[in-house]
Design a protein around this ligand. Structure first.
Ligand code: ATP
Ligand code: MG
Length: 358
């Protein structure tokens, strides 16, 4: 089965061709970073217009890289949410058009399911059920993954996502965007013990996360510097911040492992997905945790951590293989939780209106 995947939920335009034998025949990603940089953040209108400008060219490039024609395809998968609604619409409509014109099965993929299943693209031995840490720019959740389209949320962030916290911390330290890689680079050679930063929710029951207090504490440390920031201070602050995030994530994962064991005594895998999994300290800490807990750790390769269309094509393959095909009426969604039955996290307004993206 050869499937074309399309991703346009945020500021990356991406197309990929993947087979059900886990072969990535093409995987092209175009970042819009430079287009948004002058505005200090992502501008939804610019994102949508840029996807329109580039997506058809990227699909043509992916087809060429794979040496395939539309006639070779067995299906099309496109991200249908969650994300910036105008941006999602571009990829979803394009995917539907290709599927409609070539009479192909179509999968409307939840972007988060792309992250959730991405480790299975690289690892044929990774079986359900598994415990998933989904840690990205817009989300930070722990989930029981019981199968394709079967998710139970154990916990989520009650304020910022981890990637968002990295991005805000980097901005504060004058390290640029995207913040995660910038903090990681700056932290190399930094002293992680120099600044005493809080570990929000560490030691508490449950699997929820919180990062906003950590971000504010970092701000106070910077404001307290009498002579301002220099590169040594930047490195030490970045290292201290990164260490605090890793400590919190590992603590929350420890609680989630207990819940996973209670639900699935024979469950074997700890899996992570999302852009923050590119962080090498976090990868190392997760490896140690998995070893200590007697679980096998499955992490996507670095290129499949941040947004890409290969993970969307793969999620499409998983869905289409199970007959989870959509008609061409699939709608774009700005919000789309993986576990629609999960209650809003504590601290969120009763209607859940102040909560994180999903
Ligand atoms: N090496 C790294 N260390 C820490 N964070 C990182 C690293 N590399 C990328 N990130 C973070 O990952 C995030 C991007 O991940 P991803 O592309 O999965 O998020 P998104 O698609 O914007 O959000 P979502 O998937 O929740 O909709 C950014 O916040 C970025 O700072
Ligand atoms: Mg993402």
């Amino acid at each position: 089965m050869l499937v074309l995947g399309i991703e346009t939920s945020c500021d990356e335009t991406a197309a990929a061709l993947v087979t059900d034998k886990r072969e990535i025949c093409a995987n092209v990603v175009l970042s819009q970073l430079d287009e948004h940089a002058p505005y200090g953040g992502i501008v939804p209108e610019i994102a949508a217009r840029s996807h329109i400008e580039h997506l058809d060219g990227l699909i043509a490039r992916a087809m060429k890289d794979a040496g395939a024609t539309f006639g070779d395809l067995d299906g099309v998968a496109a991200t249908a949410g969650p994300g910036l609604i105008g941006a999602v619409m571009v990829g979803l409509m394009t995917g539907k058009a290709v599927a409609g014109v070539h009479d192909l099965p179509f999968a409307a993929v939840n972007h988060l399911e792309g992250h959730a299943l991405s480790a299975r693209l690289g690892d044929a031995d990774l079986e359900f059920p598994y415990l998933l840490l989904l840690i990205s720019g817009g989300h930070c959740q722990l989930l029981l993954v019981e199968g394709v389209a079967k998710y139970k949320r154990l916990g989520t962030t009650i304020d910022d996502a981890a990637g968002e916290a990295f991005d805000k911390a980097a901005k504060l330290l004058g390290l640029g965007y995207p913040g995660g890689p910038a903090i990681e680079r700056a932290a190399k050679g930094g002293d992680a013990a120099r600044f005493d930063l809080p570990r929000p929710l560490k030691g508490r029951k449950g699997c929820d996360f919180s990062f906003s207090g950590l971000k504010t504490a970092l701000l106070h440390k910077v404001q307290a510097l009498e002579d301002g920031l220099d590169n040594t201070l930047r490195a030490d602050l970045a290292a201290s911040f990164q260490q605090a995030v890793a400590d919190v994530v590992i603590d929350r994962c420890q609680n989630a492992i207990k819940s996973f064991r209670a639900a699935y005594p024979d469950g074997r895998f700890l899996v992570a997905g999302g852009g923050v999994v590119a962080n090498s300290l976090l990868r190392a800490r997760l490896k140690t945790l998995a070893e200590k807990s007697g679980l096998s750790l499955a992490l996507p390769p670095l290129a499949l951590c941040t947004d890409n269309a290969a993970m969307i094509a793969w999620a499409g393959i998983e869905r289409l293989s199970l007959g989870l095909e959509e008609d061409l009426n699939a709608v774009p969604r700005a919000r789309w939780p993986l576990d629609s039955t999960a209650a809003p996290p504590p601290g969120v307004g009763r209607a859940g209106k102040l909560g994180p993206k999903a």
